[in-house]
Design a protein around this ligand. Structure first.
Ligand code: GTP
Ligand code: MG
Ligand code: ZN
Length: 293
């Protein structure tokens, strides 16, 4: 049975692309729906091609390495977390996205865009604050083209997706990176608009790049509940401190004798990173305590 990757989904129709670039229009087999499986853009699938003008069928969805609900995309391997000087950075959103990536084993890149506006100051700040976060920082401008080659090189060979608040320049960056005129995309998007706008996602392929074009990455809450004790595991900076706190169950919040507090006081962990961890911890706790509501 042929294998392909779903590059587009509109309503209940999906477009699969095979290794040699052939395209097939497919619908999901009933048996998948009965199993509660909905194909997502980015899915690798086994399918039976349709005869002539008829659409074919998605027969099987191969295991996903990662998945997001909003936007609904599967197999993201690298998330570009885009921030910029104007609108002012939403650091807490970036923090949530970093945690989500580590939970799902997705590589994360911090992209400081619109560097023509601040001469790279935001990128420098991110390099300080996230020095130990295992998320390399890229300083780019879609306007001048600065930094795009380096970013492109980091994206090559991985299924990438851009995320970040509205107005940070994701669409502009996506066009600059791929050379794909997304104006055209806008038009077809408008035609396809209707009941499924929020579910729209498309995998763009340009040379060696494979990037999802998604409508608004509104991952404002962590997907799925998390035990408050787990959050600290997604902070690589904390790893050297584990086992050195006074309490075994230390959440590195405000407990006495906390090794993370000591590391912050001595400057080994940036204070803002710890402050953002605390904010996120509060959210995770609230959601955890409300789990039986
Ligand atoms: N100065 C400057 N402006 C930029 C740059 N990139 C994008 N912009 C501007 O920033 C604004 C927002 O850009 P978009 O690409 O629409 O932002 P977006 O992240 O896709 O926003 P949403 O689709 O709402 O999530 C536009 O007015 C762009 O012209 C850049 O590198 N430099
Ligand atoms: Mg956009
Ligand atoms: Zn501690």
């Amino acid at each position: 049975m042929p294998e392909g990757i779903l590059i587009r989904g509109i309503g209940s129709f999906y477009t699969a692309m095979t290794e040699d670039g052939a395209l097939f229009v497919l619908r999901a087999k009933k048996k998948l729906r009965h199993l509660g499986l909905t194909p997502m853009v980015g899915d690798r699938v086994l399918f039976s091609p349709g005869m002539g003008e008829e659409e074919g069928w998605v027969e099987e969805i191969l295991p996903r390495s990662s998945s997001f609900v909003r936007p609904p995309v599967a197999n993201v391997e690298c998330l570009l977390i885009v921030l910029c000087p104007e609108p002012a950075p939403d650091f807490l959103l970036a923090e949530r996205l970093l945690v989500e990536c580590r939970r799902q084993g997705i590589r994360s890149l911090l992209v400081a865009s619109k560097r023509d506006l601040d001469g790279g100051a935001l990128a420098e700040q991110l390099r300080r604050d996230y020095a130990g976060a295992e998320a390399p920082v890229f300083s780019v401008s879609a306007e001048t083209g600065e930094g795009l080659d380096e970013l492109r090189a980091a994206m090559t060979g991985r299924m990438c997706c851009l995320a970040g608040q509205s107005g940070v320049g994701k669409s502009t960056l996506l066009s600059a990176l791929t050379g794909i005129d997304l104006e055209v995309g806008e038009i077809s998007r408008r035609i396809a608009r209707g009941k499924n706008t929020t579910r729209r996602a498309e995998l763009l392929i340009s040379g060696d790049l494979r990037v999802f074009d998604t409508a608004g990455f509104s991952l404002l809450a962590l997907s799925g509940r998390m035990e408050p004790q787990s959050l600290r595991l997604y902070y690589p900076e904390f790893a050297p401190c584990e086992g050195h706190c006074r309490f075994d169950e230390c959440l590195h919040d405000r407990e006495p004798g906390c090794a993370v507090s000591a590391a912050v006081n001595s400057g080994r962990i940036p204070a803002v990173r710890r402050a953002r961890y605390r904010e996120l911890l509060r959210e995770v706790r609230e959601s955890w305590e409300a789990r039986y509501d």
